[in-house]
Design a protein around this ligand. Sequence first.
Ligand SMILES: CSCCC(=O)C(=O)COP(=O)(O)O
Ligand SMILES: [Mg+2]
Length: 233
Amino acid sequence: MKPVILTDIEGTTSSISFVKDVLFPYARRALPGFVRARGNEPEVRHWLDQVAMENGGMCQDAMVVETLQGWIDQDRKHTALKALQGMVWDAGYRSGDFTAPVYPDAVEALRRWDEAGHVLAVYSSGSVPAQRLLFGNSDAGDLLPLFDAFFDTAVGHKREADSYRGIARSLGREPGEVLFLSDVVEELDAARDAGMRTVLVDRREDYPQPRTGAATNGHVRVERFTDIDPAAP
Ligand SMILES: CSCCC(=O)C(=O)COP(=O)(O)O
Ligand SMILES: [Mg+2]
């Protein structure tokens, strides 16, 4: 059976600057209005209450919004923040405020692997709805049909081996039948600990200082998807 290809998004299929300079500032700006307009909807209130509880039971939405904006500035990968960001970005994509850049080499390779019969899946800290929005509104068109499965931090955090074991189980595969692509060595370490094969995607646009030698921690390193051979041992 052909290996499953499991990919990260930020720094891997898409640029870090799109996430940091477009998506995060958009969410930061839109959050206060979003919470005022939709804060009483159960799926929004659920996450706002979770943030409030984790911060000593703060009661005003304005304080929750400030906390969330602080987390955006710190790039916290908190599940509540990621869920709310996904809902805010939905409006941005719908209104055509932005489309999502996906690196052309990633689009080319993903299309080729899909045609060759590989199962393609995504694992990102961004919520599954946010992942679907990004690939559904890419600047290369709707890439959603290429993917068979999406995973976010509901399966666990990306630096924990158990998350990757859970993903392999959900896919009905042994971890050794999954190839994980990411720009973050610690994520690759966790996937390798779980038994997955790994590739470090080390893009010059995102990482001007190449990570070579010991910095790769033994992971296969490429600068673009078109250099990845899923069949290589
Ligand atoms: C999925 S869209 C926004 C990306 C995001 O919020 C994020 O935290 C990306 O993290 P990744 O795990 O893809 O590096
Ligand atoms: Mg990443």
